[in-house]
Design a protein around this ligand. Sequence first.
Ligand SMILES: Cc1cc2nc3c(=O)[nH]c(=O)nc-3n(C[C@H](O)[C@H](O)[C@H](O)COP(=O)(O)O)c2cc1C
Length: 345
Amino acid sequence: VEPINVYEYEVLAKERMNPVYWDFFAGGSDDEVTMRANQTDFARIHLRPRVLVDVSQCDTSTSVLGTPVNMPILVAPTALHCMAQPEGECATAQGAGAAGSLMIAATDATRSLEDIAQAATGPLWFQLYLYPTREIAASLVRRAEEAGYRAIVLTVDLPALGKRERDRRNGITIPPPPFVEVNFAGIKAEDKGHAWKTITWQDVAWLRSITSLPIMLKGILTAEDALLALEHGVSGIVVSNHGGRQLDSAVTGIEALPEIVEAVAGRCEVYMDGGIRRGTDVLKALALGARAVLVGRPILWGLAVNGAPGVQHVLEILRAELELAMKLSGCPTLAHVNRSLVKLT
Ligand SMILES: Cc1cc2nc3c(=O)[nH]c(=O)nc-3n(C[C@H](O)[C@H](O)[C@H](O)COP(=O)(O)O)c2cc1C
């Protein structure tokens, strides 16, 4: 039977996957307090629906950094898709394109950024980790430009890897053989690690100087850093705690979103991720000022269960749930979604 919500995809994916790989996808850091809060924080926000609005025409389409998409729901950058499905990121890109969404392809992908671009049927952004050296980062950026990626999403919340206790207990190295982070063919894992800890705002300025693509920073959780990001010429911010995989006890994306939206005051686009599992979660994030949301694990579940069509279906489930939530709250378009739709409890 076909899954009717993303949680059913989670159950099926867990049944199908190697349990050690499953733990890598599913886990967070330390006690996973932040990972759980990513979902439970949405339950604390309630909606204030308006009634007697004509919602016979309801439109979930929008644009992200000028690129039109069918839904304000994008594919978050996640590593190592071949652990879920042999086609890996190429299948994910096809599913995202078929749904009319946009995929952010990860530096730590198991298919090369060029192969992903070739397979893709929709728009792509490239998620960049600034390791191990500026030369290698610059070459990744150049390759992304040449392959047609439309933005660089620099992840800034990984000066060191969070303590992923499930992975330690399972004793896996990342990536577990035979998987390879192909964008880094030939570079040793130790060499990658060295550069993480030294990344600062100067590197953001450097990145700004070497590319004309729009730059987004992913992993901002405070108004202070959002203002610094603006000073460094970013086009967007992703409010994110990395799916609860980095600093445990960090604030959640949905919790940090209002202060960041207020600080930014329309000067760049603001996105959020972490814990999006229902259309109502998307609606709450948009009401609090997000341009769009990113979805991480549910995409991997769709990929593990049914490849590209699974990814497409997960996105379509979320889009359909968002449309229904918009109708039930009196919002025929995303322009109708604003702060007055939510009550924080
Ligand atoms: C298995 C896995 C791998 C991830 N790999 C990356 C990555 O390589 N780069 C990155 O910026 N974020 C990465 N993330 C974080 C996601 O982009 C995103 O912030 C997070 O998954 C959102 O939370 P959600 O899974 O609850 O939707 C990863 C997350 C997961 C679950």
